[in-house]
Ligand binder design. Structure first.
Ligand code: ACD
Length: 133
């Protein structure tokens, strides 16, 4: 099921992302970059089954490597150090990050050949869509 996510995607649309970043606690300067930047998002799986997700932009490139259901340490684009676990539920790739008593989840799903990304913290939700590059 991870196979449908594999490939290179580019950001196509973004709604409410500034409010999401605010709720996460991202500072103004970094939010301005986050609002401007149209990252490429690259998913691959190596021959050991290790999954890589890379978010690539002129401002910042981050990469995480992980196995589903196994917690790992993540450093986010805005420099949070989180405990992260990624699961697959009904075709949705769900990334849960915990740091400093806070929690957010990023749900990725493929619909009609697009990747929708729902970023959730408390009652704040941002929606972003990526198309195949
Ligand atoms: C996506 C959204 C996934 C959400 C990830 C992080 C959100 C928190 C902060 C980002 C803020 C600043 C980083 C600025 C630019 C780097 C590229 C943005 C990547 C989200 O995967 O679309």
């Amino acid at each position: 099921m991870i196979e449908q996510f594999v490939g290179t995607w580019r950001l196509d649309s973004s709604e409410n992302f500034d409010n999401y970043m605010k709720a996460v606690g991202v500072c103004l300067a970094t939010r301005q970059m986050g609002n401007l930047v149209k990252p490429n998002f690259i998913v691959s799986v190596d021959d050991q089954g290790l999954i890589s997700m890379k978010s690539q932009s002129t401002f910042k490139t981050t990469e995480i490597k992980f196995r589903l259901d196994e917690e790992f340490d993540e450093t986010t684009a805005d420099d949070r150090k989180t405990k992260t676990v990624i699961t697959m539920e009904n075709g949705k790739l769900i990334q849960t990050q915990k740091w400093k008593g806070k929690e957010t989840s990023i749900e990725r799903e493929i619909t009609d050949g697009k990747m929708t990304v729902k970023c959730i913290i408390g009652d704040v939700v941002a929606m972003r869509t990526y198309v195949k590059a």
